[in-house]
Design a protein around this ligand. Structure first.
Ligand code: SIN
Length: 357
C-alpha cells in the first residue's frame, strides 16, 4: 500500500515536470498569427492530378493549419479567416480590412509575426500595399501556392511551414513585408509572379531575391533599401476608401480610348503602362495631357518588367507635369499612386514618393 502511494506520488511528480517542460518549450516558441484570405493554397481540385481548372478558396484556415501539424512544433499558431476569395477579386476595401487587422494584431505584445495566406495572382500587389501601410517592424510574410491542396506534390504545406518559420524569426524583422514561396524569400516591392502556372513563379528577376529558406531555416543575403512599413508616411487609421487609380496599357497602334474612358469613369490617377522606357505613343499622348489638365495625376511606367523609367527620358515630364514610376511595375505604381493621393496632389511630392518607396 505504502509502495503504491509513493509510486503514485513519483508518477505525479514526473507528469508535473513533463507538463512544466512542455509549457516552457511552448512559451519559448514565437506566436504567429495566420490570416487566411483564400487562393489556391486553400483550393481543391476534382482529382490529385487536377492542377488547372480547380476551385480556389474552399479550405478554411483551421484545415490549412491542421494539414501541417509540423508548424505547431515551431510556433504557437493561431488562425483567422479574414476573407475567402480568389485573389483576382480582391478589392480596395479588403486591402484596408486586412491591413488594419495586421496593424491591430502587431500592436499586441503577444503577437511576434503574421503570415497571410493569399492567392498568387495579386499576391505581389497585396504584399506591396502592406509594405507601405503596416506600422510595425515585426515580420509579415505573404504566402500562397501554385497547386491546390488536393494535388500531387501540393506546394501549399511546405510554403506555409516555411512562412511560419520566417514570420517567427527575429532576423526577418525590419525588412518590410516578405513573400515566401518555393524555398525563397522575396521583398514585397520587387517580386512579381512571372509564370502562369509553375511552382517557381515568384521571381525578383534583376534586383534579386533576398534569401532562401533551407530545412525550415531562413538565410538572408540582401537587404531592402527603399523605405517601408514604419518608415512610410501613409496612415490607414482614418481611411475607409482609396482614390480611384487605373492602368492604361500601351501596345502597337494604341489610341486614346482607354485613357479617355478611365478619366470619364472618374480616375484620379492614371498609370500609363508604356512600351520600352515608358514611351508616349502619339495617339495616346494628347489624352494623357488632357487628363493632367483636368487634375488627373499621370504616372509613366513600363510594361517591360525590368529597369528604371527615366524622368525626362522618353517624355519631358517636367513640362508635362507627369511622374515616373522608377522601377515599379504598373500594378505596383498604381498602389503607390493611390496611397500618395491620400496625402497630396503635388506631382513634385508624388515623384519624391516614387523615389522613396
Ligand atoms: C488566386 O490568385 O486566388 C488563384 C491563383 C492562385 O492562388 O495561384
Amino acid at each position: 500500500m505504502l509502495f503504491a502511494r509513493s509510486a503514485h506520488a513519483a508518477l505525479c511528480g514526473v507528469l508535473f515536470l513533463f507538463a512544466a517542460a512542455v509549457q516552457a518549450q511552448t512559451a519559448k516558441l514565437p506566436n504567429v498569427t495566420i490570416l487566411a484570405t483564400g487562393g489556391t493554397i486553400a483550393g481543391t481540385g476534382a482529382t490529385s492530378t487536377t492542377t488547372v481548372g480547380y476551385t480556389a478558396a474552399t479550405v478554411g484556415v483551421q484545415s490549412l493549419i491542421a494539414a501541417v501539424p509540423e508548424i505547431t512544433k515551431v510556433a504557437n499558431v493561431t488562425g483567422e479567416q479574414v476573407f475567402q476569395i480568389a485573389s483576382e477579386n480582391i478589392s480596395d476595401a479588403q486591402w484596408l480590412q486586412l491591413a488594419k487587422r495586421v496593424n491591430l494584431l502587431l500592436a499586441q505584445s503577444s503577437v511576434d509575426g503574421i503570415v497571410i495566406t493569399h492567392g498568387t495572382d495579386t499576391l505581389e500587389e497585396t504584399a506591396y500595399f502592406l509594405n507601405l501601410v503596416v506600422k510595425s517592424r515585426k515580420p509579415v510574410v505573404v504566402v500562397g501556392s501554385m497547386r491546390p491542396s488536393t494535388a500531387l506534390s501540393a506546394d501549399g504545406p511546405i510554403n506555409l511551414y516555411n512562412a511560419v518559420r520566417l514570420a517567427g524569426t527575429p532576423e526577418a524583422a525590419g525588412r518590410g513585408v516578405l513573400v515566401a514561396m518555393n524555398d525563397q524569400i522575396h521583398a514585397a516591392r520587387d517580386v512579381t509572379k512571372a509564370n502562369t502556372t509553375t511552382a517557381d513563379t515568384f521571381r525578383t528577376t534583376e534586383l534579386g531575391m533576398i534569401g532562401y529558406i533551407q530545412g525550415g531555416k531562413p538565410f538572408f543575403y540582401r537587404d531592402v533599401t527603399r523605405n517601408h512599413t514604419v518608415d512610410t508616411e501613409f496612415d490607414l487609421a482614418k481611411l475607409d476608401t482609396l482614390p480611384q487609380v487605373d492602368v492604361a496599357y500601351a501596345y502597337a497602334n494604341v489610341g486614346d480610348v482607354a485613357v479617355n474612358a478611365l478619366v470619364a469613369a472618374g480616375a484620379k490617377g492614371l498609370v500609363h503602362a508604356g512600351v520600352g522606357n515608358g514611351s508616349l505613343p502619339a495617339k495616346t499622348k494628347p489624352a494623357l495631357v488632357a487628363a493632367r489638365a483636368k487634375g488627373v495625376i499621370v504616372v509613366r511606367a513600363s510594361r517591360v518588367g525590368q529597369g528604371i523609367v527615366a524622368r525626362n527620358g522618353e517624355a519631358n515630364d517636367d513640362q508635362l507635369d507627369f511622374v515616373v514610376a522608377d522601377t515599379l511595375s504598373p500594378q505596383k505604381a498604381r498602389i503607390l499612386l493611390m496611397l500618395a493621393l491620400t496625402k497630396t496632389t503635388s506631382t513634385k511630392e508624388i515623384q519624391r514618393m516614387f523615389y522613396t518607396y
